[in-house]
Design a binder for this molecule. Structure first.
Ligand code: BGC
Length: 727
């Protein structure tokens, strides 16, 4: 005879037992499901939800964009905002800004904080982070990614994922792969070499999956070698699931599925947003018509695709569900807390890049940090000083609870000293409308600003791009490289009116700066979210010593960028196909190897103090397959303020059977050094860091011979080199 408690225990299904191994739970749940229940899990049931198994008590899966905060609630089945009053959140700095910190600890804090906000909003999966490589400064979505270098992006994406998933919230790394432009994003077919694929465009995704352990990944809209990326034999079945051993869920981008048979066979697990453009257009069909809904049931029943394809998808979806929605041990989460604002501000503080800091007049002091005692008034000019830069931009748009604008940040620091004028108009973020402000409006705003600049002690222009369509915004690329809205002329005239001019650029992209030689101080301030104004004021005032370094190159002219060098077939393609003709020479790899200097190179960023690099020491001069060389370099703070310096380690192969870039980033060490102190940066060279992808053998190889380690404060400011040999 059974006691009551034993009877209950015996009846508890294995899949509900959180102490049982997850694979056993998955098999148990799968064995209880009908065909229709299984297929229902493989596609959306609302804009941002997919079905669980109600009969078995398995909950739905709820998702949200991503990647800089939890997006406001969207209607169940259209793109309108639901109008809730409890969905305001913290906006964290955009991912380009995170990349500019070169600080993995901050990335972990970012992932954790956003995971906590997702929990509060009852989300199981966040649609981010994005690690598409920065290929052209025109890409409208670069601000959502982590720059041009696969090593840097990989080092920063891993802690973000771990920090987030610790909360029982899945990351969904996107957009896999080769979605490096918004023009024709839904269909452009990317052709590229195996080397470019494996050396440049895949490594950050690979780290996200293998080292970060991301539970899901989003396929991209574009085609790759003739097949849509969301059902792509090479990218999904071979590389992701076979070679990298991914056990999570492949989600389409919204509307990225195009064919039932391919979706069944080529690696897709969850179909979302079909028959829409992912942004504005709506479907007239219900989700039953999705490729992985009724049409899939039909094909399965006719035996046209094997049942095993369905079971594989459902196993993955159940695994994801147990890790997130069904995880009853996860915390409750929190939103817009002082702790989250603190994380946002700290990231902002380390993200801001001081591009240039010269005196306004010969023999004067550099303009920054601001010395308020010198000026009776400080004039702030620019639309971005007051604009809500979280509005617009596409799916990463955020509804913030609090927002400190740069103007508010500076007014708080210098009460009574600050004056403001807009300087230029930029219009509202709206799809389908390139900004079209009448010239007369711009002229009068500019004249007023120039007039006020003449009377001010110091002028700080806070401009850049914004989140309007055709600026830093999804669904279109920028139409031109220069600053928009008449800003180049405004900068020229402000400079003529007042030599004490600081230009702060809030952008997610490089811009043309023909005025750079004339302007004494230039700051790259990104999109820094809720605490943007604080971080910018912190750096301009010297409360924080800047330590950000560029995660991508700023070419002098657009033609100096590798993708643009090869004409329209390389960017944006002929509307059907596109060839990545620059191959592996992306970003600084191109500028370095082809000797086309960038205006501001990858890794560049100044400080208010000075750092001197000492002589590096190496544990050996040669290494073999099992060996390694540890390099140490002393760095002294020779100025009068505490500062942080990111010591960058690049490796170049002196002679190779295939073309290699002059050098590639393989390590970095961010040091905090007090004035007068010396700290030591460390880097260990391993054979992994010397390898290239050999297309003949489809594997990573290292060739014996001479290599050189470059130790620098940027990719061009090399302070020491160390030759070594691989035998
Ligand atoms: C974007 C994705 C986003 C999805 C859901 C698509 O338009 O490309 O990044 O996660 O919409 O909003």
């Amino acid at each position: 005879m059974l006691f009551a408690s034993q009877a209950v225990a015996a009846e508890t299904p294995l899949y509900l037992d959180e102490d049982a191994p997850i694979e056993k739970r998955v098999e148990d749940a799968l064995s209880r499901m009908t065909l229709r229940e299984k297929v229902a899990m493989c596609h959306a049931e609302g804009k941002f939800a997919s079905a669980g198994v109600p009969r078995l008590g398995i909950p739905d899966l709820w998702m949200s964009d991503g990647p800089h905060g939890v997006r406001a609630e969207i209607n169940w089945n259209d793109w309108g905002y639901a109008g809730h009053t409890n969905d305001s959140i913290t906006a964290f700095p955009a991912l380009t800004a995170l990349a500019a910190t070169w600080n993995p600890e901050l990335s972990e804090a970012y992932g954790n904080a956003i995971g906590e906000e997702a929990l509060y909003r009852e989300k199981d999966m966040m649609l981010g982070p994005g690690v598409n490589i920065y290929r052209t400064p025109l890409n409208g979505r670069n601000f959502e990614y982590m720059g041009e270098d696969p090593f840097l992006a990989g080092e920063l994406v891993v802690p973000y994922i771990k920090g987030m998933q610790r909360n029982g919230v899945s990351a969904c790394v996107k957009h896999y792969a080769l979605n490096n432009q918004e023009v024709w994003r839904g269909h452009i077919n990317v052709e590229l070499s195996d080397r470019a694929l494996h050396e440049i465009y895949l490594p950050a995704f690979k780290k996200a999956i293998i080292d970060g352990g991301s539970w899901s990944i989003m396929g991209s809209y574009n085609k790759v070698r003739g097949q849509h990326a969301c059902h792509n034999e090479l990218l999904l079945n071979k590389i992701l699931k076979n070679d990298w051993g991914f056990d999570g869920v492949v989600v389409t981008d919204w509307g990225g599925a195009h064919d039932t048979r391919e979706a069944a066979l080529y690696g897709l697990d969850l179909e979302m947003g079909s028959y829409t453009n992912g942004l504005t257009s709506e479907s007239e069909f219900t989700t039953d018509h999705y490729y992985l809904a009724n049409p899939y049931i039909e094909m399965l029943q006719k035996g046209e695709v094997p049942m095993s394809t369905l079971d594989d998808k459902v196993r993955r979806l159940l695994r994801l569900n147990f890790r997130t929605a069904m995880n009853r041990r996860k915390p409750f989460g929190s939103v817009a807390t002082p702790a989250h604002y603190d994380v946002a501000e700290k990231i902002g503080n380390e993200a801001v890049v001081l591009l240039k800091n010269a005196p306004a007049v010969p023999k004067g002091q550099p303009l920054l940090p601001i010395d308020p005692s010198k000026y009776s008034s400080i004039l702030i000019v620019g639309d971005n000083a007051t604009r809500n830069l979280m509005a617009g931009g596409g799916s990463s748009e955020l509804k913030v609870k609090d927002n400190v604008t740069p103007l508010a940040g500076l007014e708080a620091l210098y009460p009574g000293k600050i004056k403001y004028t807009q300087g230029y108009a930029a219009g509202r973020p709206m799809y389908g409308h390139a900004d079209n402000i009448p010239a007369a409006t711009q002229d009068s705003l500019r004249s007023r600003a120039v007039q006020m600049a003449r009377e001010a002690g110091l002028v700080i222009m806070i401009g850049g791009l914004n989140k309007n369509h055709y600026q830093d915004c999804e669904g279109g690329d920028r139409l031109e490289y220069p600053l928009p809205f008449g800003q180049p002329a405004l900068i020229d005239e402000l400079r003529a009116a007042n030599p004490n001019l600081v230009v702060v650029l809030l952008t997610g992209n490089a811009v043309e700066m023909p005025w750079a030689d004339k302007v004494p101080a230039i700051v790259q301030g990104w999109y820094l979210g809720s605490m943007a104004g604080k971080s910018i004021a912190n750096v301009l005032s010297g409360t924080v010593n800047p330590s950000g370094k560029l995660p991508f190159s700023f070419p002098r002219r657009l033609e100096d960028n590798a993708a643009h060098h090869f004409g329209t077939i390389s960017y944006p393609g002929d509307s059907i196909n596109q060839e990545y003709r620059e191959d592996i020479l992306v970003g600084y790899r191109w500028h370095d190897t082809k000797k086309i200097p960038a205006l501001y190179p990858f890794g560049h960023g100044l400080s208010y103090t000075t750092f001197e690099y000492g002589k590096p020491t190496a544990s050996a001069k040669t290494m073999g397959a099992d060996g390694s060389i540890t390099v140490k370099v002393p760095v002294s703070n020779t100025g009068s303020r505490e500062g942080k310096e990111t010591v960058q380690f690049y490796i170049g192969d002196e002679k190779s059977s295939l073309l290699r870039p002059l050098k590639e980033l393989k390590g970095f060490d961010k040091l905090t050094i007090k004035p007068g102190d010396t700290a030591e940066a460390t880097f260990t060279i391993t054979p992994e860091a010397l390898k290239f992808y050999d297309p003949a053998s489809s594997s990573w190889v290292v060739e014996p011979g001479k290599f050189k380690l470059y130790i620098g404060s940027s990719s061009t400011d090399i302070r020491a080199t160390l030759p070594f040999e691989y035998k």
